[in-house]
Design a protein around this ligand. Structure first.
Ligand code: DAT
Ligand code: MG
Length: 135
């Protein structure tokens, strides 16, 4: 069974929509196999987003993702990576289709509510970073 790393970013936690995001995941038939509320330190944030190190928005992204508690989850199911990316919608919430998490809640490309791994390779790396003890 495939696994993906999902984050409800600090903006989603501040807006009290943890419950709705989790509901959508469960409604889809995906299973939550690990879950934690935590505030990231800068080092973990930089490692999580390492593919974006050279982007102009990198330092702002790290500041944002460490700005308060987030919910980290490991989500499992058939083609879980793609299934969650589909629930999340496009990176830019203005482009994301209504009915998706980002399409329903966001207007800002940085504060876009959720993260989902973009491949099984990334999922593996990200799950190990957030949940090193998960079997
Ligand atoms: P995704 O989160 O859809 O995988 P990504 O990996 O390209 O998107 O980017 C990671 C995060 O960085 C994204 O969720 C929000 C932020 N981001 C992406 N493009 C941005 C931009 N042009 N300006 C500011 N933040 C951006
Ligand atoms: Mg990405």
């Amino acid at each position: 069974m495939e696994r993906t790393l999902v984050l409800i970013k600090p903006d989603g936690v501040r807006r009290n929509i943890i419950g709705d995001v989790i509901s959508r995941i469960e409604r889809k038939g995906l299973k939550i196999v690990a879950l934690e509320l935590r505030t990231l330190d800068e080092e973990t944030a930089r490692t999580h987003y390492e593919e974006h190190t050279d982007k102009p928005f990198f330092s702002s992204l790290v500041e944002f993702i460490t700005s308060g508690p987030l919910v980290a989850m490991v989500v499992e199911g058939n083609r879980a990576v793609e299934a969650f990316r589909s629930l999340a919608g496009a990176t830019d919430p203005i482009i994301a289709a209504p009915g998706t998490i980002r399409g329903d809640y966001g207007l800002d490309v940085q504060a876009n509510i959720v993260h989902g791994s973009d491949s099984t390779y990334s999922a593996d790396r990200e799950i190990k970073l957030f949940f090193p003890n998960l079997a």
